[in-house]
Ligand binder design. Structure first.
Ligand SMILES: *Cc1c(COP(=O)(O)O)cnc(C)c1O
Length: 361
C-alpha cells in the first residue's frame, strides 16, 4: 500500500527515507521471525544487543569515528545536552560560546548555571543571517571548550568551516549530521537530536572524545554523566530501542546512496537549485547571506506576511507540506534533509515560479 504522495519540508521531526520505513513496516510485528516487534523486546536481550551493536558500528563507519571517540545513544533530546555539556566538561570554569541562533543561545544560557560563559560571537544584531568569520571569534585563553551549532535550523545558516580553537570544539550537529563528511577527530564532542536527519524523535547521539571523560561536576546526575554512560554502553537505563533500530535502517539506506560523500553531493545540488532561484526572484528573498547559507534549511520570504501565509497555504494544497517558517523567524523554511527527493525540490521551485508570476506586479 502506497501512501499519499506529499513532499514534507518539516524541520523536524522530518522526512525519513522510504526504503527504511518500508523495511520497518515489514519487521513491525515480527522481527526476524522471533515473534516480537523490536518495540516489545528487552533491551538486554541478545537480539536487541545485536541491533544496538550493528547500529553503532554502522554510525562509526558512516562518520569515520576514530577509536579515540565513543558513541552514545541517549534520550532527552538535543536540549538535555545544553545542560549535560557544561555539567560534564566545564568543571566550574569558563567556555566560549558562539551564539548564531536560537539553540546556541539556549545552550549558552543553560551553561551559565555551571560556570562562566564567554560569548565568542553573537549574530543577533542582523537577525542571525550569517556565520561569523574565524577572525571575528573572541576566544579566551582559559576556555574548557568552544561551543557552536553547525547548522542553525531556524535561521537557515550553516558553518562552512570548522573553527580553529585551542579549546576542543563541542558542536550541535542536530540538523546537518550525516549530510557531509566530518573530521570527528577534531572535535571534543559532537551531538545531535536524531529527529532531523537520522531517525524518529527520542534518540540523541553523542560522540565524545574519551580523553574528556571523568570531569563531571559532583552534582551531575548519574544519567547525564558521560563517563557512566560510556561505561554502561548507553544502557544505564533503557535506551530508545525503536529509534536505534530505525537509525540502523536509515544508515543502511545512506550507505546505498554513497554514504556521507553521496549525501554531500546531493545536498549541494538540492540547495543550489533553491538559492539560485531565490537570488533571481523579484518576489522572494533568502534570509541567509551568501557564504553562510544552510544546505539543509533554506529560509526565505516575500516581504509581506499575507503573501507568505498565502504561499504556505497554496504549497500545502499541492502536497508541499510544512514550508511555514519557525514562529520566531517568520517567512518560509524549506528543510532539505537527506531523505528529501530531488523531485520535491523541483516541485517546490515550480510552485514558487507560479506564485511569483501570479503575485509580482
Ligand atoms: C531541533 C534542534 C534542537 C532541539 O532538539 P530537541 O531534540 O528537540 O531538544 C537543538 N539544536 C538544533 C540545531 C536543532 O535543530
Amino acid at each position: 500500500m502506497a501512501r499519499e504522495q506529499v513532499f514534507n519540508f518539516s524541520a523536524g521531526p522530518s522526512v525519513l527515507p522510504l526504503p527504511a520505513l518500508e523495511r520497518a513496516k515489514r519487521d513491525l510485528l515480527d522481527y526476524g521471525g522471533c515473534g516480537m516487534s523490536v518495540m516489545e523486546m528487552s533491551h538486554r536481550s541478545p537480539m536487541f544487543q545485536e541491533i544496538f551493536d550493528s547500529t553503532k558500528a554502522k554510525l562509526k563507519a558512516a562518520l569515520s569515528v576514530p577509536d579515540t571517540h565513543e558513541i552514545l545513544f541517549l534520550q532527552g533530546g538535543a536540549t538535555l545536552q545544553f545542560a549535560a555539556i557544561p555539567m560534564n566538561l566545564l568543571e566550574g570554569g569558563a567556555a566560549d560560546y558562539a551564539v548564531t541562533g536560537n539553540f546556541s543561545g539556549k545552550a549558552a544560557k543553560e551553561a551559565r548555571k555551571y560556570g562562566t560563559v564567554n560569548i565568542a560571537a553573537d549574530t543577533s544584531d542582523t537577525g542571525h543571517d550569517r556565520i561569523p568569520r574565524q577572525d571575528e571569534l573572541r576566544l579566551s585563553a582559559d576556555a574548557k571548550y568552544f561551543y557552536y551549532c553547525a547548522n542553525n535550523t531556524i535561521y537557515g545558516t550553516e558553518w562552512q568551516y570548522v573553527p580553529e580553537t585551542k579549546a576542543p570544539p563541542v558542536c550541535d550537529m542536530s540538523s546537518d549530521i550525516l549530510s557531509k563528511p566530518v573530521d570527528v577527530s577534531r572535535y571534543g564532542l559532537i551531538y545531535a537530536g536524531a529527529q532531523k536527519n537520522m531517525a524518529p524523535a527520542g534518540l540523541t547521539v553523542v560522540i565524545v572524545d574519551r580523553s574528556l571523560l571523568g570531569r563531571e561536576l559532583p552534582v551531575t546526575p548519574e544519567i547525564m554523566s558521560y563517563q557512566t554512560l560510556v561505561k554502561t554502553d548507553s544502557m544505564l537505563n533503557t535506551p530508545p530501542c525503536w529509534c536505534i533500530y530505525m537509525l540502523g535502517l536509515v544508515l543502511d539506506w545512506l550507505k546505498e546512496q554513497g554514504g556521507v560523500q553521496g549525501m554531500e553531493r546531493i545536498k549541494r545540488e538540492r540547495a543550489a537549485k533553491v538559492y539560485d532561484y531565490l537570488d533571481n526572484s523579484a518576489l522572494f528573498t533568502a534570509h541567509a547571506r551568501p557564504g553562510s547559507r544552510s544546505d539543509m534549511n533554506v529560509t526565505f520570504r516575500t516581504g509581506s506576511a499575507e503573501l507568505d501565509a498565502e504561499f504556505v497555504k497554496g504549497a500545502a494544497a499541492r502536497g508541499l507540506v510544512n514550508v511555514k517558517g519557525h514562529r520566531i523567524a517568520g517567512g518560509m523554511r524549506a528543510s532539505l534533509y537527506n531523505a528529501m527527493p530531488m523531485e520535491g525540490v523541483d516541485a517546490l521551485i515550480a510552485y514558487m515560479k507560479e506564485f511569483e508570476v501570479q503575485h509580482h506586479v
